[in-house]
Design a protein around this ligand. Sequence first.
Ligand SMILES: C[S@@+](CC[C@H](N)C(=O)[O-])C[C@H]1O[C@@H](n2cnc3c(N)ncnc32)[C@H](O)[C@@H]1O
Length: 221
Amino acid sequence: MSHDERELARTQREHWQRTYDQNPGMYGAAPSEPAVHAAAAFRAAGAREVLELGAGHGRDALYFAREGFSVLATDFSPVGLAQLRAAAEARQVAGRVTTAVHDVRQPLPPAAASVDAVFAHMLLCMALSTEEIHALVAEVRRVLRPGGVFVYTVRHTGDAHYGAGIGHGDDTWEHGGFAVHFFSRELVEALGAGWRSVDVHPFEEGELPRRLWRITQVLPG
Ligand SMILES: C[S@@+](CC[C@H](N)C(=O)[O-])C[C@H]1O[C@@H](n2cnc3c(N)ncnc32)[C@H](O)[C@@H]1O
């Protein structure tokens, strides 16, 4: 990692910590649209356990738990995860939710071929280099069992914020302190190589609106 990448990673972690501290529960309590889709896809594949990356304060982790899945929710923000645990207690699903502070630049915690399903809403499009994104998807592949399902979402190059704000190179642009790696179709295709049933679904979220793709891909069984 270059000095600039290390510095960006450090400032982004601090920014997310501060953001959750100042705006508890900022994404609301309702699940995201991709989480609702993912729960159906995970159930159809016989999944019981879900690994969520970049879970934040847990609107989706808590939904998966309410739907009967066991969830390992990870994020590099201890503040977000503390809010997630408090909400899990309040909604009486704490028994099905475990949290772990984890930076996705590091190897994923689970053992090889031990996870049924992986979910990551707006995590792969954080301030990660193309190389780090490829390494992360290789890690998802390592921890998923054969036939396991990976659902992730990313903001893409059709988003209004693409090409605006502070440019960091590698399709990464910063607005209001948040750095986003906007995905090209080529990157999505490269990440899906060797997986089966790669499905790319466009959708929008929030007020801008953010323009995203939801990608569902299955590890060969
Ligand atoms: C756009 S938010 C989405 C949060 C959550 N998925 C949701 O939709 O409610 C991105 C999340 O990724 C986390 N994050 C960003 N970079 C990360 C990294 N390198 N490792 C782990 N988490 C990271 C942030 O702390 C934040 O919670």
